[in-house]
Design a protein around this ligand. Structure first.
Ligand code: GCW
Length: 732
């Protein structure tokens, strides 16, 4: 079947609406109340589409689908809505009676039929992919105009209009202009060609090693693309950053091309992670030295081959000289040498290289310092189509970390934030942890690089440094599970990442509320308590896992439960929790102040000074930056040991409260998802207690202090916990 026929077919297939199993994500389009449905139908009863493109067709198909579900009837498509043509339908027409059914006009601002409806430059602030939604009256008819500078922008505008309908917002007097904060808004799938997903907790890869035919997969891929488009995600890396060289073989390039064809109507481009040694491993070259002309020529030829198959291919993502991956340093070259050679190969096609800064060496140097040490000297040396992809925190996706000091420091190179949506260090898909607050915390952190207000968001979105290339990435939490993400609430993290990538000024509450309304119920009696759980969930996890700036206390290989005691012979020290917590009879914490590793010097003043002193260091990062005695007195007057105990216990209490609060929500949503979440919360409580007991009982062997008598007794025995072998099998 050719691709046109396939696309035509999948547009006709109805959604897989198999009950409330979570498959439909936030695009459920369940019937609204009669009153609200009538309001939506009045707002839009007919559709006038100007222009022709896969994106416009997708936008119109989505709108029809949404209206059919939300209101019970689809708008009719009209071809000549105005007597005498558009010229006669001047926007300053007389006001229409309120009940006159409205017309939705969608099309790019440059279209001859849309142009007369807009003042010159009306969409100038929309950029390439933003949109304008505006209420007008034309020939006495109420009109909602969705326009943009591109059809992709129109698609995003239509999704925004649908969201207004879904979330109960007003549909009159609309005048909404939006422009995405970042140019590239990407998911990174850590999916291996054999179908496994590194740190994936929602089943196997949706992309690789599938037994179904592409025709069968097309519906799932379309729904993936719809979900992404609905939040503005415009690119996806289909394979793991620990990349197999095989990905560049013709059969895999063909697979990328086939997926790209299916995602294109939703403006989602595909990108590829590449292995730096590919020329030697699959190209038959003696090595992969980036400065050798034959190596560069090999990549140029590969780029040509890829673009012949995928004309809008996005580019490469590279993890080099990190955790055993090969890279330019294998040949005595720098990250810049490697990145620029690849960038050159992609340049004729406008492709980009996203070069990761997640690197660390088995040296005695504090791991916090290493990425900065390696990348700062290269600032200014990267080609213009290279962007350096930096994890949000200084080390590695912990429940709480200070932001990476590279943000704000590397000023001549565009940097992008990489968040982890999959919950590698946050209880996999068993724990309810809403990540928007974590992401906001990083984006809103002030780097002070250009004085106050130099937030990570503004340092990366082009507003403080005018780099034309701006981007943001999230490591996907998506797998073959019916509900895509393992935990129904984990869908919120996919959603929130996209919304923040579009607009980092949205609040976590706003995003959480709209997600809840679309995903579960519009009833305030449900959304208020559910949002409350979401908003507290990240802090709860920090408290029962790694409070006060502690980090890396988990089992060193699986990263699931607590193992602060792990000791391995011949292991790299920075694999081991002990390296990070340093608990001893003297105290606990990592000294990164000037008396220790002095990682604080990588931050701008006044952060540097603030982090340097335990008295001024934010309490939630205290043990990240300081090693302190157990009886150190905090601002509250409590000792460090007691505060640690209270934090761990409070984390557990929070999850118990979540459970109780969730139990009261029975009946507000479908039984299937309700029970699933209820069961997960039970697991989460059990495991929060496990974390609390394991960490406190272990640290107690050093502190030699009692757990305050006001707190319940631990339920575990330390010896038993230390013997326990963790079984990962049910987690994948
Ligand atoms: O957090 C670590 C993970 C690795 C991952 C690595 C990275 C893809 O444990 O599984 O590898 O980060 O980000 O490269």
């Amino acid at each position: 079947m050719n691709i046109q026929a396939l696309l035509a077919l999948i547009f006709m297939v109805p959604l897989l609406a198999s009950g409330e199993d979570g498959y439909r994500l936030w695009l459920r389009y369940e019937r609204l109340s009669a009153e609200r449905a009538a309001e939506c139908k009045t707002a839009v009863s007919s559709l006038w589409i100007r222009g022709e493109s896969p994106q416009l067709a997708a936008a119109a198909a989505e709108f029809r689908l949404a209206m059919a579900g939300l209101t019970g009837s689809e708008p009719v498509t009209v071809t000549r809505p105005f007597k005498g043509g558009i010229a006669g339908a001047h926007p300053r027409g007389i006001s229409a009676p309120h009940s006159t059914p409205g017309l939705l006009v969608m099309g790019a601002a440059g279209h001859p039929d849309i142009k007369p409806l807009l003042a010159d430059g009306a969409t100038a602030l929309c950029g390439d992919e933003g949109f304008l939604i505006r209420s007008l009256t034309l020939q006495s008819q109420p009109v909602i105009l969705v326009t943009a500078n591109s059809d992709a922008g129109v698609l995003y505008g239509v999704f925004a209009l649908i969201r207004l309908m879904q979330t109960g917002e007003s549909l009159t007097h609309l005048d909404i202009l939006e422009k995405p904060a970042y140019g590239l808004r990407l998911l990174n799938h850590w999916d291996n060609l054999n179908g496994t997903v590194e740190r994936g907790y929602a089943g196997h890869s949706i992309w690789w090693n599938r037994s179904e035919s592409l025709e069968e997969l097309a519906v799932q891929y379309r729904d993936y693309a719809r979900a992404n488009a609905s939040v503005g995600i415009n690119g996806t890396v289909l394979n793991n950053v620990n990349a197999s060289p095989e990905v560049l073989k013709p059969e895999n390039i063909a697979r990328f091309a086939a997926v790209a064809d299916l995602l294109r109507p939703y403006n989602v481009r595909v990108y590829m992670s590449v292995n730096f040694s590919s020329p030697a491993v699959i190209g038959g070259l003696p090595d992969s030295d980036p400065l050798k002309p034959e190596v560069a020529a090999w990549w140029r030829e590969k780029a040509r081959e890829i673009y012949a198959a995928i004309p809008d291919f996005g580019g490469f993502l590279v993890k080099a000289n990190s955790e055993g991956q090969p890279g330019p340093q294998n040949y005595g070259r720098t990250h810049a040498d490697g990145a620029n050679m690849l960038a050159q190969a992609l340049k004729p096609y406008n492709g980009v290289v996203m070069w990761r800064a997640f690197v660390y060496n088995p040296t005695s140097e504090d791991r916090h310092r290493q990425a900065y040490n390696e990348f700062m000297p290269l600032d200014g040396q990267f080609a213009e189509n290279v962007i350096v992809q930096v994890k949000n925190g200084a080390i590695d996706f912990q429940p709480r970390e200070p932001f990476s000091p590279l943000f704000g420091a590397m000023q001549k190179t565009p940097l992008m934030v990489e968040f982890q949506i999959t919950q590698e260090y946050l209880g996999f898909s068993d724990h309810l942890v809403y990540l928007a607050p974590l992401q906001k915390e990083c984006l809103d952190s002030d780097t002070w690089s250009k004085g106050p207000g130099s937030t990570v968001a503004r340092m990366t979105d082009g507003s403080l440094f005018p780099h034309p290339l701006t981007a943001i990435a999230g490591v996907a939490n998506i797998g073959r599970d019916t509900n895509w993400c393992g935990h129904h609430f984990a869908q919120a993290n996919w959603y929130a990442f996209g919304r923040l990538a579009w607009n980092h000024q949205l609040t976590s509450q706003q995003i959480g509320r709209e997600w809840l309304r679309m995903t579960f119920s519009g009833s305030e009696a449900f959304t208020a308590p559910a949002l409350n759980i979401m908003m507290r969930s990240r802090e709860a996890a920090v408290k029962y896992m790694t409070p006060l700036g502690l980090h890396h206390l988990m089992g060193w290989s699986h990263h699931y439960g607590p193992e602060p005691w792990t000791d391995l012979k011949n292991a790299r020290p920075d694999w081991l929790p002990k390296y990070y917590h340093n608990a001893s009879a003297h105290g606990i914490g990592f000294d990164r102040s000037p008396s220790g590793s002095n990682a604080v010097e990588q931050y701008f003043p006044p952060l540097r000074q603030m982090y340097s002193q335990p008295g001024t260091c934010p309490e939630n990062l205290l043990l990240w930056f300081h090693h302190l005695p157990w009886d150190y007195t905090l601002a509250s007057g409590e000792s460090l040991w007691n505060t640690l105990c209270h934090n761990y216990y409070e984390g557990v209490e929070e999850v118990r409260r979540f459970q109780m609060s969730w139990d009261r929500l029975k009946g507000y949503i479908d039984a299937e998802r309700f029970a699933h979440i209820q069961k997960k919360l039970k697991t989460q409580t059990r495991e929060a207690i496990w974390w609390r007991d394991a960490c406190l009982l272990y640290f107690q062997t050093f502190s030699k202090q009692e757990i305050p008598a006001s707190l319940e007794r631990p339920v575990h025995d330390l010896e038993e916990l230390m013997k326990q072998k963790f079984d990962l099998t049910h987690h994948n």
